[in-house]
Design a protein around this ligand. Structure first.
Ligand code: CP
Length: 305
């Protein structure tokens, strides 16, 4: 079996392909950090970044990685498109497919759109976040960051804190980390924890102080107000009182490491001092995201199926 033709999630990807991605990520990260030129392995390949939701990190790092790999890159954002003139999503997809892109990177608020694209597009699809389903390149960069910190991550205790019920980052992390035998847990108010989450083999904390004491890593998520998460908590202030990371909450575990996929809402899920502390790896995650994307493109390109 070759590397997957599409990358729609981490749920079904085989462990050996995760290892291949991370080995290549290490290679590209070194080139990026040393500001060395990357051999333009994908010269003449075309890619469209099809973003129906806003993005800073994902769109920018996809575009930069594509350019570093020598690809012809086009960015599409729905707000500047003919969707505003009434064109449907399906017609948009079919028209873009007629331009014969080799790759489509897609972000959309509806779970499953990458699968729809597989049906109506001839290009290789990369999911850059589909609603509250998956965000595989985020999961990959989070896992790679942990491997950089710890080397072997088997048996590590990682707790994902926050608005789990609306989070594609949580699911991709859970699927990926479980393949490495990481002890994954989630923490948040009952209203933010999906009822079936324990079926994925994760433990649940409702008390942040307990989660801090019992874990090596906290991966902190924001409250997704654009998905009506505000209706599930009394207020952001109240949420911050119980689930906001700050020096006081973290004092029981000085060694705890903090990840955050961004965007951060400072003084809601994390305070500024914690976000820039030595315990936080948030900007290292962003650099790793660039290297991960170079690795994914290289491996997908090598698949000639
Ligand atoms: N982590 C992440 O997906 O950030 P953006 O929404 O800025 O792309």
């Amino acid at each position: 079996m070759n590397f997957p033709y599409h990358l729609t999630g981490l749920r079904d990807i085989e462990f050996k392909y995760l290892e291949e991605i991370f080995e290549l990520t290490k290679y590209f990260k070194k080139l990026i950090v040393e500001k060395k030129t990357i051999k333009e392995e994908l010269r003449s390949r075309s890619v469209i970044n099809l973003f129906f939701e806003n993005s800073t990190r994902t769109l920018t790092s996809f575009e930069l990685s594509e350019k570093m790999m020598g690809m012809n890159t086009v960015n599409f954002t729905s707000s500047g498109s003919s969707i505003s003139k009434g064109e449907s999503l399906l017609d948009t997809i079919k028209n873009i497919d007629a331009m014969k892109f080799d790759y489509t990177v897609v972000r959309h608020s509806t779970p499953g759109i990458p699968l729809l694209l597989q049906k109506f597009s001839g290009s290789k699809i990369i999911n850059a976040g589909d609603g509250k389903n998956e965000h595989p390149t985020q999961g990959l960069l989070d896992i790679y960051t942990l491997k950089e910190i710890y080397g072997d991550i088997k048996g590590l205790n990682v707790c994902i804190v926050g608005d789990i019920s609306h989070s594609r980052v949580a699911l991709s992390n859970i699927y990926g980390l479980k393949k490495y035998d990481v002890n994954v847990s989630v923490c948040g108010p009952v209203s933010f924890i999906p009822g079936n989450i324990e079926g994925l083999g994760v433990n649940v904390y409702n008390d942040l102080e307990e989660a801090v004491k019992k874990n090596d890593v906290l991966n902190v998520l924001r409250v997704q107000l654009e998905r009506d998460a505000g209706n599930l908590i009394p207020s952001l202030n109240e949420y911050n009182k119980h689930y906001g990371l700050n020096e006081r909450v973290l004092k029981s575990n000085k060694k705890i490491r903090i990840l955050h996929p961004g965007p951060m809402n400072i003084n809601v899920e994390i305070d500024y001092n914690t976000s820039v502390s030595d315990n936080a790896y948030i900007f290292q995650q962003v650099t790793n995201g660039l290297a991960v994307k170079c690795a994914v493109f290289k491996l997908m390109n090598d698949n000639k199926n």
